[in-house]
Each structure stands twice: as structure tokens, then as C-alpha cells.
Design a protein around this ligand. Structure first.
Ligand SMILES: [Fe+2]
Ligand SMILES: [Fe+2]
Length: 339
């Protein structure tokens, strides 16, 4: 055994490790390299899987009939920081009340007429709506309509698990009492709002971003130049302070006009996209990934990427990214092709 190996072994026995082993092979010039590759989930596969789960499981067996988008290198999660997947609630079913430190969002993709109650307020759920359940808000779901509803659930679970700070709690009954009128937050958080409403905590208030409003905004901005890397990009902001959707994740809706293709950029946040409408492609590190309505895919951090619409109608991409985490600590970096 040479002297270096001897030293390494002596250190290891004392639970010590030398710098030369910590940075082994890395040197002083380096940049991020994601631990996972881009992944795509085609709607026909997700839809068939969720239908099969609908035939196989009751909510008594599964608590939530949720199927996650799993990236192979990460085993149980979608990106290293976020989890996304599809949830089915059949007519008459209740997904029981609970709460957790994990922050979550729902984006409705099929069906409608259901509701999510968050901290006593019922929020109607219609296609294209985004509903937030920020950390530690009580939430349960009920489908009182005659047709199944499918929405995407997105959450910051993987990041929270890395911090080992997760708590969860079941409500004493299946559903919490409805203590606030339907959509009360729309009025409390309107541009002209009551004097007693103000930002009191780091968590935003639970909120429903109605598709009707989002769609109107997109069409009003349809002739504007937009963002060179993302087209017409809307961010779903905290209605109280204009900050990100949740402290950990930013949700976005972006519209690519027919024939539009964006410039390439890369950044240290990762994104999960869902094609709400239309068809097109995303080029990641030179590789073209085709998508159409219902598909979902990831763009891992620090990969060059651009998007394009190859259809005749506007393409609408719903996105969730972990940029707020990076921004909070000054870790966010971005590089773009010259405009
Ligand atoms: Fe939950
Ligand atoms: Fe991007």
C-alpha cells in the first residue's frame, strides 16, 4: 500500500475525508451536470395507466389514485426536486382530507365539475384551472359530477425529502367543513381588496387561477413579441406579493404561436412541462422531442433547449419549475443564445 492509500485509510477509520477525495477528478473548473436525462410521458400511456388504476383500485385502497411521472435515474421522482403525475377521481369519490409540509398544485386536464376544498374554501375544478394547496393547508377533493376528472398533481416532495423535513397529518373526518363561501379568495385577493388582507406568512394563500382568465390574458397578448426563449410566458404569481406560485416552485403557462420557434437557452432550474393544447417540439442538447396534447416531459437543468410550435393552432405548455429554490439562495444562473 502506498503512502497516499495509507493516509486515506487512516482518515476513513476516524470518519475523516481529505479534500483530494471530495473533489476527485473534478478540478476547480466545473459546471452543473444533471443526474437525470430528459424524459417524455405520452398521453396514451398515461391515460391507459390511469384508466387501469381506475378499474383496479378504489380510493379506500390507494388514498390517492395518483400515478407519478418517474424518471429512470431518479427511481421515484420526476426531477431531483419535484414530483408530477396524474390523479383520477371518479364520480362520487372523495379523496380524503389531509395536510403536509409539502407544497402542491393541481392542474386540471380532463373532465370537470369537481372541487378541492382548501382550508375550508371550496375551489371548483375545471379544465385548465390551476389550484394551489400550499404547505400545511388542509385539502380534500370531491367529484360531484357525472364524469371522471383527471388532473396533474405537482409537488416539491423530493426537495423536502432531501431536507428530511417532511410532516403529514390526516384530518379526523373524510372531509373538512366548508367554512368559507365558494371562491371567496377571488374577492379577497382581487385588485381592489379588503383592508385586512395582507401577506402574513411565507406561504401564499390557497388560490384558483381560472383557465378562463388565463386564456383571455394569453389571447390579449397574442400579438406581442413575447420572450425570445419562451414565447408568451405567463407566471402564476402569489396573488398577495407577486412572488412565485409556491415558495419552492413556479408554475407557468406559455403560448407558442403557429410557426413560432424560440431561441436556445439554459439555466440551473429544471422544468416539467405538460402540453395542454397543440403540437410542437422541444430541442434539448440538439435532440428533438416531438409532443402533442396530453404529453408531459422534463428539461433537466443546464441543458440547452428551445421550443417550437409545428401545428396550426397556438400551442399551450403548462410548466412547473424549481427556480424559486435557486433564486432564494442566489444559485440561479442562465445563459442564452444572443437575441
Ligand atoms: Fe395532499
Ligand atoms: Fe427554459
Amino acid at each position: 500500500m502506498d503512502k497516499m492509500e495509507q493516509l486515506n485509510r487512516e482518515l476513513e477509520e476516524k470518519n475523516l475525508v481529505g479534500y483530494w477525495n471530495i473533489v476527485r477528478g473534478r478540478g476547480d473548473d466545473y459546471e452543473p451536470k444533471s443526474s437525470f436525462e430528459p424524459c417524455m410521458w405520452k398521453w396514451k400511456d398515461v391515460s391507459a395507466a390511469i384508466d387501469r388504476a381506475g378499474e383496479t383500485l378504489g380510493l379506500e385502497d390507494s388514498f390517492r389514485r395518483f400515478i407519478a411521472f418517474r424518471t429512470p435515474a431518479l427511481k421515484m421522482t420526476t426531477t431531483h426536486t419535484m414530483l408530477m403525475g396524474a390523479q383520477l377521481v371518479k364520480p362520487g369519490e372523495i379523496a380524503k382530507a389531509h395536510r403536509h409540509v409539502m407544497g402542491a398544485i393541481r392542474f386540471v386536464i380532463r373532465g370537470g365539475g369537481a372541487q378541492t376544498t382548501v382550508n375550508g374554501e371550496p375551489f371548483p375544478m375545471e379544465p385548465g384551472d390551476l389550484i394551489t394547496t400550499p404547505g400545511l393547508t388542509w385539502h380534500d377533493h370531491y367529484n360531484g359530477s357525472a364524469k371522471p376528472i383527471i388532473w396533474l398533481d405537482g409537488a416539491d416532495g423530493p426537495f423536502l425529502r432531501f431536507l428530511e423535513a417532511a410532516f403529514g397529518e390526516r384530518y379526523e373526518k373524510d372531509q373538512q367543513p366548508q367554512s368559507r363561501p365558494v371562491s371567496m379568495s377571488t374577492f379577497e385577493l382581487a385588485a381592489a381588496r379588503p383592508s385586512w388582507v395582507s401577506a402574513k406568512s411565507i406561504q401564499p394563500p390557497p388560490y384558483r387561477y381560472r383557465w378562463e382568465e388565463t386564456e383571455k390574458t394569453l389571447s390579449a397578448l397574442g400579438e406581442r413579441p413575447g420572450d425570445p426563449y419562451d414565447g408568451i410566458l405567463l407566471r402564476y404569481v402569489d396573488p398577495l406579493n407577486g412572488g412565485p406560485t409556491l415558495p419552492t416552485v413556479s408554475c407557468e403557462m406559455q403560448m407558442l404561436r403557429p410557426g413560432e420557434s424560440t431561441k436556445e437557452h439554459r439555466h440551473t432550474s429544471s422544468a416539467i412541462y405538460h402540453v395542454f393544447r397543440g403540437k410542437g417540439f422541444t430541442v434539448i442538447d440538439g435532440e428533438r422531442h416531438e409532443w402533442e396534447t396530453g404529453d408531459s416531459f422534463t428539461v433537466p437543468l443546464w441543458r440547452w433547449h428551445s421550443h417550437g410550435n409545428s401545428g396550426r393552432e397556438p400551442a399551450m405548455l403548462f410548466g412547473m419549475n424549481d427556480r424559486p429554490i435557486l433564486d432564494a439562495f442566489g444559485f440561479y444562473r442562465e445563459e442564452g443564445q444572443k437575441v
